[in-house]
Design a protein around this ligand. Structure first.
Ligand code: GCW
Length: 740
């Protein structure tokens, strides 16, 4: 009796936690009858002839999946059998016996083939790759095709990643907080490592392997030098050991002043021999513990971080010095180009001015990591012109998966279309076809390191990312890093089916909702090329009016919107900051000319009068009003769409998403009212009468204070900027339970 009660309790507790989002897209729920029949009929066992860590993981994954999919234990057999799934690594006895080595010749080391082979009247589904990790990728691909409904036992698939290094950057601090993290504290428990290996680390590595992510930095780019201390190296080793079977290589974000701060040297000048020696020795120490260590990610001379310029040296001097220490071990330096010196004319120009003149001078094991846009991760930015300008230096894109500027984990925003827009953007570096993707994936600039990075959105929350739909952004980044030609639609389709259900009544409307969600957030936050009109520091809500006495002008919204009674927008044309000329022709002319600039970037490149005539005949002012209203209307339609889904999925996730959509809807109205009412004080024009009226008063909205204490984890780690100060004119008592 007692054991029965225990069993019931176990089942109940399982049920209670089963749809909490912790399983991500790796939910192996029973297949629909037809696919279950096909799988059960074509797969009877698993065979892999050598025991290697990644193959063991692969076998385990297949067994788990088939158990869930068809409710059957598919055994791992010592011999080939009819209807075996066969896992073969190039050059192994098994691969030779199957005669598959030739096909793997010249293939990317992470690539794989899935195809049927018939021998002696037995048929197998073979998953083969040049490496064991490649086989694991093939296994995850097979499981995806099954879940998405594309599987047939006769199918042949050959897949290779477009980027060699597909990595996540965690902006997690060593104290457990995460800069710009919205899903709870960090999953890295440094205080417990290396002794305690939290099971989440394994799940993390597994999830990354399932989408092809093969590199990561666990710590913030605003880096604590302690990460390289004697105390931390064994902790790093423990993580690297966990990740290795899943093909995820460990990198570390470093602080340029480490030699001085933890090495006890008088300075960290890259020209000093003892500094160079310090890096060499430390790097050797790391490789002794972690032979496949990836290298360092560096944020230098940016936002208060130390760097070579502190000693009158250049980015090249700094990057190449560290690269020299890593080079003998095959490690690389990923040097960020997110820099913007104060007092320039235009922040958008800065990184280009600091980096492009040094094109070609970086060591071969240095790669420059540039944010997708020229300023920051704004809701919409044109791609950074550096991607079309640096032809002799390896360059990689940094996307932001965490939603610093798109509503945190409160707003449903599927970012794949944004990444897609950047990756497919034409730079014209070598004429048409020189897209950002092809400039960085080794196609147009071969023989260089090629890579892509995303700033991770995961934290310790049960569902990993705060919002269930934010998981899709982690998923999409991995899929796009593997293949930037995949469409956002295909990625959404896969993710929905794996994460929720294959019921078309759910898949189709939710796919449409996801695909329009990025344009929606652009509309209700910053349409028509508006940018950086966020609240000071938190970057969540609207504060186009913010003024912080003594702050750098390029941290304040007014610098970006430049609104006056005459008009609005940042003049980056030849009569303004000249930023347009950092782009190649014909883009520079196109952006420079008011008649040809894409209207969704109008105010990014131009300062225009309020009554400027848009191509649809509306005034700029009216068009802005329409865009904001469109944004609000779309979120409301998301709410309606979502409510119709009740019953098609579990109530746990249904309710969670429903409640976040409510916040998003409220926030969209907040944005619309705040921005329109504020700019109206300049334009003096009425909100078009066919549109909804504002429901707030501007003065009330100006008094909104975010309940910061509820958002501990997005407070930046560095305290060199003035903290949010209460508005002295604000006499209302603070009510942290509401925004306004
Ligand atoms: O957008 C800014 C963020 C900072 C971040 C910085 C960067 C890690 O507001 O929090 O710092 O970018 O990318 O370095």
């Amino acid at each position: 009796m007692r054991s029965l009660i225990v069993l019931v309790l176990m089942v109940l507790s399982l049920a209670a936690h089963s749809e909490d989002g912790s399983r991500l897209w790796l939910r192996y729920e029973p297949l629909q009858a037809e696919m279950a029949g096909i799988v059960a009929g074509s797969i009877s066992s698993i065979h892999a002839d050598l025991s290697q860590p990644s193959l063991d993981v692969a076998v385990d994954e297949l067994q788990k999946a088939f158990q869930g999919f068809i409710g059957k234990n598919v055994p791992h057999t010592a011999r080939l059998q009819d209807r075996s799934v066969v896992l073969a690594v190039k050059g192994s006895r098994l691969a030779t016996r199957l005669g598959i080595n030739a096909e793997l010749q010249g293939m990317h080391r992470d690539g794989f083939i899935i195809r049927p082979i018939v021998r002696n009247r037995q048929s197998y589904i073979v998953i083969a790759s040049p490496t064991q990790v490649g086989v694991l990728y093939g296994v995850f691909h097979l499981l995806r095709t099954i879940k998405v409904g594309d599987f047939s036992p006769g199918m042949t698939i050959k897949s290779e990643p477009k980027f060699d290094l597909r990595m996540l950057n965690h902006w997690a601090n060593l104290d457990g907080t995460i800069e710009r993290g919205y899903a709870g504290p960090s999953i890295w428990r440094w205080d417990e490592l290396p002794e305690v290996i939290c099971p989440r680390y394994i799940q993390y590595a597994r999830a990354n392997a399932s989408i092809g992510i093969n590199g990561m930095t666990p710590n913030n780019v605003n880096a604590d030098p302690l990460i390289l201390s004697d105390e931390f190296l064994p902790k790093l080793k423990a993580l690297a050991d966990v990740f290795r079977p899943y093909g995820v290589r460990l990198f570390v974000s470093i602080n340029f002043s480490s030699p001085r701060i933890i090495g006890g040297l008088p300075n960290s000048d890259p020209f000093e021999e003892n500094v160079q020696q310090w890096w060499k020795t430390r790097v050797n120490d790391i490789y002794r513990l972690i032979p496949d260590f990836g290298g360092f990610l560096v944020k230098a001379n940016s936002e208060g971080q130390p760097g070579p310029m502190d000693y009158g040296r250049t980015h090249v001097d700094g990057a190449n010095m560290i690269a020299a220490a890593l080079q003998p071990h095959g490690g690389i330096v990923i040097w960020r180009s997110f820099v913007y010196e104060p007092d320039g004319i235009d922040r958008a120009n800065e990184a280009y001015l600091e980096f492009v003149p040094y094109d070609g001078l970086y060591a071969p094991n240095v790669i420059i990591q540039a944010k997708q846009g020229a300023v920051d991760f704004q809701p919409r930015e044109p791609f950074s012109p550096k991607f079309g300008a640096m032809k002799k230096t390896a360059l990689m894109v940094e996307f932001q998966i965490t939603q610093e500027y798109t509503g945190f984990s409160n707003h449903l925003v599927f970012l794949a279309p944004q990444n897609e827009e950047t990756l497919r953007a034409e730079t014209y570096a070598f004429g048409p076809g020189s897209t950002v993707a092809r400039m960085t994936d080794g196609t147009l600039l071969p023989n260089r390191i090629n890579a892509i990075a995303g700033v991770s959105n995961i934290g310790a929350e049960t569902n990993w990312t705060g919002h269930h739909f934010a998981q899709a952004n982690w998923y999409a980044f991995g899929r796009q890093a593997w293949d930037h030609e995949l469409s956002s639609e295909q990625i959404a389709n896969e993710w929905i089916r794996m994460t929720f259900t294959s019921d078309p009544a759910f898949v189709e409307p939710i796919k449409q909702m996801m695909l329009s969600s990025w344009e929606t957030v652009v509309n209700y936050m910053m349409p028509l090329g508006l940018h950086h009109i966020f609240g000071w520091d938190h970057h969540y809500g609207p504060e186009p009016w913010t003024d912080v006495p003594g702050a750098r002008h390029d941290w304040l919204p007014r610098y970006y919107h430049q609104a006056s009674k005459y008009g609005i927008g940042f003049n980056r044309t030849r009569s303004g900051s000249g930023h347009v000329d950092q782009y190649n022709q014909p883009l520079s002319d196109k952006f420079n000319d008011l008649n040809t600039v894409p209207e969704n970037l109008l105010l990014w490149f131009h300062h225009v009068p309020w009554d400027h005539k848009m191509r649809n005949g509306r005034t700029l002012w009216a068009e802005m009003a329409h865009k904001y209203q469109e944004g609000v209307d779309s979120v409301r339609s998301f709410q309606r769409t979502w409510d119709r889904m009740e019953g098609l999925i579990d109530s746990e996730r249904f309710r969670h998403v429903q409640s976040r959509l409510r916040i998003q809807s409220r926030d969209a109205i907040w944005w619309r009212d705040a921005v329109m009412l504020y700019f109206q004080t300049y334009s003096g024009m009425p909100i078009p009468h066919e549109l909804e009226r504002p429901i707030h008063d501007l003065e009330d909205l100006k008094r909104v204070r975010l309940p910061l204490r509820h958002f501990h984890y997005w407070l930046p780690h560095f305290y060199w900027r003035p903290a949010l100060r209460p508005n002295p004119a604000d006499t209302r008592p603070e009510d942290p339970s509401r925004y306004f």
